[in-house]
Design a protein around this ligand. Structure first.
Ligand SMILES: C[S@@+](CC[C@H](N)C(=O)[O-])C[C@H]1O[C@@H](n2cnc3c(N)ncnc32)[C@H](O)[C@@H]1O
Length: 283
């Protein structure tokens, strides 16, 4: 791939998705985009760039940017955040929303569905407590291909072996050929939609909990700050934000504050104030 093609593609992807592609990622571009070139009968990666430059958008552009996304995900990823969700966040919200009986959770980089379905299984396990509640789990992602897989809810043996407790596999999945299909009961709890974090999430509504895990790592500081500011606007004042293990709000934004003693969970900062650290009692 010519250096000028690489430079063009990096800029195009950055503007479209926020993904930062350093010059050391040439190998990645080649391995991810060669199959796309073949699928569209193009001579190679430079030809992909020629098409984009000539304004070819639609499915072609979506396939090119989707191919550059890292969709790696697994059920109960890192375990602890989901334990906290079950033992700390949900009990807190069951109490705080006892009047409205409404809970809205956003999985903002839902990828192939493991994260929103994990949240759904946890809530399903607490079904009795949520009786009479309207619970919404919205999973969004920029990648159409990942969302198609999420909607199918069909996972390989390898995927269900990564993190999913065996009793949850037995309870909420059934074998289909050499794969595992998630039950309708869990699938129906999750709404999946295409959404780009670089755009305004206003239409998605307000959320009590947002999982935005393992996506900010691909963005630069200004993009991280802008994404977090937009998410903050969509959250209730007592809401909870989850980031991935390698991500933080510290040094990025003052819209969120770490919740003491709970790694990876953040509360919404009171507007206009320097971020106070909420008391542990928040939990
Ligand atoms: C590594 S996966 C993380 C999946 C899941 N949150 C987890 O922690 O397992 C990152 C996801 O972010 C999505 N993504 C990247 N840029 C995005 C953007 N601008 N808007 C929405 N999703 C984006 C990718 O398509 C990919 O599915």
């Amino acid at each position: 791939m010519k250096p000028e093609s690489f430079a063009f593609l990096s800029k195009w992807l950055y503007e479209r998705t926020g993904l930062v592609l350093g010059p050391d990622k040439l190998y990645l571009v080649e391995s991810r985009l060669s199959p796309v070139a073949r699928r569209f009968n193009l001579a190679g990666l430079d030809a992909i760039v020629v098409e984009i430059k000539s304004g070819r958008g639609g499915d072609f552009a979506t396939e090119v940017s989707d191919a550059m996304m890292t969709n790696e995900s697994f059920f109960y990823r890192d375990v602890k955040p989901f334990e906290q969700f079950k033992d700390l966040v949900l009990p807190k919200l069951l109490q705080a929303r006892a009047g409205a009986r409404r809970l809205r959770v956003w999985s903002a980089a839902a990828s192939t569905g493991q994260e929103p379905y994990t949240l759904a299984m946890i809530i399903k396990e607490m079904e009795a407590k949520f009786s009479g509640w309207k619970v919404e789990i919205i999973g969004t992602d920029i990648s159409r291909e990942a969302l198609e897989r999420a909607k199918a809810g069909l996972y390989t043996q390898f995927e269900v072996q990564r993190g999913l407790p065996i009793q949850m596999l037995m309870k909420y999945f059934k074998p289909q050929g050499d794969r595992w299909l998630i039950s309708d009961a869990v699938k129906q709890m999750v709404q999946l939609r295409e959404f780009n974090l670089l755009t305004d999430p206003g239409l998605l509504g307000q959320f009590d909990v947002v999982f935005c895990r393992n996506v900010l790592i691909y963005f630069d500081q200004p993009t991280k700050a802008a994404v977090l500011a937009r998410i903050a606007k969509q959250m209730s004042a007592d809401g909870f934000l989850y980031l991935g293990g390698a991500e933080t709000v510290l040094g990025v934004t003052d819209r969120f504050v770490p919740i003491q003693g709970q790694r990876g969970i953040y509360g919404v900062a009171a507007s206009g104030q320097a971020a106070p650290v909420p008391k542990v009692a928040r939990a």
